[in-house]
Design a protein around this ligand. Structure first.
Ligand SMILES: *Cc1c(COP(=O)(O)O)cnc(C)c1O
Length: 385
């Protein structure tokens, strides 16, 4: 395990920082390309919101994936890292005029549109700029209602996408507009999904919708099923790659594409989570009455997932060979939720030891803040050492 990290080089570094194992990232991208490549018409985009580190983006761009953006800033970051505008899709419930103009001026592949008012603004902006805007509609498939709490799904349904019953009329509205070109339908059912049955349910729903579209003689060039494939946070060493084969095979088995139709994916977490670790030093070991605390120099400002979602990250002491003891691993920030893990078994830990918080490549560095006036963590790739 420790062989994965250039520990001797870490001693000269300020902590905390993110470390990206680009060999693992490239292996992951190769597996995606191999497994998606077995199926005709499958196109994979990377969801930039998971991690927009320029060096990471560049590696993903080199592997040939497209970029799925949710803001004008992400469109800019993708272009800077080498993505062709023709491989950029742009989603989001609230697109500002400047963001729409940016997408139009750069000539992105598709706007994933979430409401009729947004469609009308896109048509107006495109007319002003003398462009035709390519659009797909994000449809709320009402999938997941049976696997998760009804309240959570109900709330999500209100914000994201267009209701299924409005799909045909919305598309017909677009077909009569002067400056939009209707291309496809888009879905995204959630994140950290490990049960392939959830994706199969999405496929069945899309099959129903495609039958309705056939009846209305509406031609759909591409179907975009979003992202959401999960990773194994418990076992980053044993299971470094998500099960891309089962994932793509699930769509191949359950989703009935029309001749010539492309199937697009937007994977975020599954691409980058396992290649990233937050590297931090132990500042102090504090002996409490019943617990020991390993106080580290990274905090929730650097990695907010444990505080925000009670997310689990595997924690390892990279420096110590001593037998394990149990610690609460906590940061320096003035919040009681600034805890990376409770009752964590770590090799006996001392001041100055390097601690790796694993599987932190997705929704880690990109969600960092300057809370407590802390500097933002830097991100390094393997080649930097
Ligand atoms: C967040 C998001 C994704 C990526 O989700 P992951 O769970 O990281 O794969 C894809 N598409 C859309 C529309 C999203 O909002």
């Amino acid at each position: 395990m420790k062989g994965k990290f250039p520990l001797d080089r870490f001693s000269a570094m300020e902590t905390p920082f993110y470390y990206y194992d680009t060999d693992l990232l490239r292996d992951t991208l190769r597996a995606i390309n191999t497994e998606a490549g077995r199926h005709e018409g499958y196109v994979v985009h990377y969801a930039v919101k998971a991690n927009a580190n320029a060096k990471v983006l560049n590696v993903i761009c080199q592997a040939g994936l497209g970029a799925d953006c949710v803001s004008g800033g992400e469109i800019r970051a993708s272009l800077r890292s080498g993505f062709s505008p023709h491989k950029i899709v742009y989603a989001g419930v609230g697109k500002s005029d400047w963001e729409i103009d940016l997408g139009l001026e750069k000539g992105i592949f598709c706007f994933n549109v979430e409401s009729i008012p947004e469609l009308e603004v896109i048509n107006d902006r495109a007319r002003l700029l003398g462009k035709i805007a390519p659009v797909a509609f994000r449809i709320n498939p009402d999938v997941g209602a049976h696997t998760h709490s009804n309240i959570t799904t109900g709330l999500a349904e209100n914000k994201f996408g267009i209701a299924m019953r409005d799909m045909i009329s919305t598309i017909e509205h677009a077909l009569h507009m002067s400056n939009v070109h209707f291309m496809g339908i888009h879905f995204h059912i959630g994140s950290q999904i490990l049960n392939m049955g959830d994706f199969a349910a999405l496929c069945n729903r899309i099959n129903d919708l495609q039958r309705q579209l056939d009846h209305s003689r509406i031609k759909v060039e591409h179907v975009n099923v979003g992202g959401g494939l999960g990773v194994d946070y418990e076992h980053p060493n044993r299971v470094p790659l998500p099960d891309f084969k089962s994932y793509f095979d699930t769509f191949a088995r359950h989703l009935h594409l029309r001749p010539g139709q492309q199937l697009h994916f937007e994977l975020g977490r599954a691409v980058v989570a396992q290649c990233g670790s937050l590297i931090t030093r132990c500042l102090y070991v504090k002996e409490g009455a019943v617990k020991q605390f390993a106080i580290v120099d990274a905090g929730m400002s650097d990695l907010i997932r444990p505080a925000l979602y009670q997310a689990y990250h595997k924690i390892e002491n990279l420096s110590s060979e001593e037998s394990k003891q149990t610690y609460d691993v906590v940061g320096p920030i003035c919040e009681s939720s600034d805890v990376f893990g409770k009752s964590v078994d770590l090799n006996a830990t001392h001041r100055g030891d390097f601690i790796a918080i694993r599987s932190a490549g997705a929704y880690g560095e990109i969600m960092a803040s300057v809370y407590n006036c802390r500097p933002l963590p830097l991100g390094y790739i393997k080649e930097d050492f």
